[in-house]
Design a protein around this ligand. Structure first.
Ligand SMILES: [Zn+2]
Length: 139
């Protein structure tokens, strides 16, 4: 009886461990829901994408604008409106770049990270391995 309980606990722990390992380096990012209206490109689920990475949509909007060399405005904190017609490929590439640079830990590959600012330097702090890596400033 006691043995059974212990082995059950072991099995639950194994299960949890493998689930945790599965998450390393992988994060389900929702594909950008893009519409083109006139001379603008609108990502309708931008907030959801930023939320999946646990990042501030405002900071990500600034990054998107810089990387795509255009004006980027958050509409009601939900949609991202880009000036100019940007194709899906470019938009996805920039989102992936943001993900690699500001979300994934360069040491262990975990996406369970957060950004912290210390003395005007921004660091990527990894919740999985504890590494603290400086990142490029987004201004
Ligand atoms: Zn790490």
């Amino acid at each position: 009886m006691v043995d059974d309980f212990a082995s059950l606990l072991e099995r639950i722990k194994d299960h949890l461990r493998s689930e945790g390992a599965d998450r390393v380096g992988r994060l389900e990012l929702p594909p950008p829901d893009i519409v083109w209206v006139g001379n603008r490109t609108i990502i309708r689920n931008f907030r959801q994408i930023a939320g999946a990475m646990r990042r501030d949509p405002q900071m990500m909007a600034v990054f998107m604008g810089k990387e795509l060399a255009t004006a980027a405005n958050l509409d009601q904190d939900v949609r991202l409106v880009l000036l100019g017609r940007k194709d899906r490929e470019s938009v996805e590439r920039v989102i992936q770049r943001y993900f690699k640079e500001y979300v994934v830990c360069p040491v262990c590959g975990s996406p369970d990270t957060k950004l912290v600012r210390e003395r005007k330097i921004t660091f990527l702090l990894c919740e999985a391995c504890g590494a603290k890596s400086p990142v490029r400033e987004v201004k």
